[in-house]
Design a protein around this ligand. Structure first.
Ligand code: SAM
Ligand code: SF4
Length: 327
């Protein structure tokens, strides 16, 4: 029997942010000047993360995704992957990364037991890449994608936030890559969150518009199945090995399918990306709370999971940034 919340949604997925630091400054996520970072001693140690994940697997978590900030910036991440991959109940261990240093790590991550990666990439043009991310080189990310494919971190999924008058004219090219390069592309609607709040209305492109644009150029999208955890609807272009997904955080459908909990880098358990209900796990961990008490805290977090967010009403804890929550 899977673990369910009070609305009957099975909860089997934990997203773990391992750092709030990042080497990019995507305008919708992090302001150019950065964000106030947690002190080193406020961040969970790898031992604490492994312990929490182990306890979480004992109540039904089977899928774990590492994220951040940029998870590959934290030293020793390959060792963490290795320890987590050894937990017997984990069926899938994945990572979301901006891909800028992935080419250095992909082979070691795969050998350590990582199942697959999601790579965030919003444009295929270097100048735009610089504008969107504030820094960084597109070529590094493209190398990272190739390295991930070669290492067998499959399927490699590409996360693309679609932004009006910034990259919305590239959605067809991204879709084409599902045929030519086997990419699995997930188009994400911008969320009015953190530094994205100011500009989200003018940048917002509905998934329906992205889909229409692709179908007009490349033909009809057919329903498809793809391994994964997200509230994305998947489809496929005729003849493509890769798939296309649309992530619509503003739609009610998104919350109905939500199967996840989040752990922030400083040890707060969030039952919903956009709720301000959180449970501090770092203090109990530091005080050596036994496993059964930790388990109860995790169950409390699940019990507090709201039916849905109120993102469309801008009911968002404004101080929260994706880089801090763990996107
Ligand atoms: N640094 C890693 C990366 O970029 O993949 C992991 C963390 S990042 C916060 C995770 C995902 O959140 C990225 O795919 C990013 O595009 C997405 N994201 C960040 N802010 C967002 C926003 N305001 N709306 C929609 N997606 C956002
Ligand atoms: Fe960094 Fe990822 Fe946020 Fe971009 S989306 S600023 S890469 S954490």
């Amino acid at each position: 029997m899977p673990l369910c919340d009070r609305f009957g949604r099975p909860i089997d997925y934990l997203r773990v942010s391992i750092t709030d630091r990042c080497n990019l400054r995507c305008g919708y996520c992090m302001p150019e000047e950065g964000v106030p970072l947690r002190r080193h001693e406020e961040i969970l140690t790898y031992e604490q993360i492994v312990r929490l994940v182990r306890v979480a697997t004992e109540i039904g978590i089977t899928k774990v995704r590492l994220t951040g900030g940029e998870p590959l910036l934290r030293r020793g991440v390959v060792g963490l992957v290795q320890k987590l991959a050894q937990l017997p109940e984990i069926e899938e261990l994945s990572m979301t990364t901006n891909g800028t240093t992935l080419s250095e790590h992909a082979a070691a991550l795969a050998a350590a037991g990582l199942s697959r990666v999601n790579i965030s990439l919003d444009t295929l043009d270097q100048d735009r890449f610089r504008t969107i991310t504030g820094r960084g080189r597109l070529a590094d990310v493209l190398h990272g994608i190739l390295a991930a494919q070669e290492a067998g971190l499959a399927p490699v999924k590409i996360n693309t936030v679609v932004l009006r008058a910034v990259n919305d004219d590239e959605v067809v090219e991204f879709a084409r890559r599902t045929r030519t390069d086997g990419w699995h592309v997930r188009f994400i609607e911008i969320m009015p969150l953190g530094s994205g709040t100011c500009c989200a209305d003018e940048l917002f492109v509905p998934a329906s518009e992205t889909k229409q644009r692709i179908e007009e150029e490349l033909g009809p999208l057919e329903p498809a199945y793809v391994t994964g955890n997200g509230p994305a609807r998947h489809c496929r272009l005729r003849g493509a090995t890769g798939t296309i997904g649309f992530i619509r955080p503003l739609s009610a459908h998104f919350c109905d399918l939500c199967n996840r909990l989040r752990l922030t880098a400083d040890g707060r358990l969030l039952a919903c990306l956009l709720s301000d209900v959180e449970i501090d796990l770092r203090t109990p961990l530091a005080h050596g709370l036994p496993d059964d008490r930790l388990r109860n805290l995790l169950l409390q977090g699940i019990a507090a999971k709201p039916k849905g967010h109120r993102l469309d009403e801008r009911a968002v804890p404004q101080e929260q940034l994706m880089s801090q929550i763990g996107g």
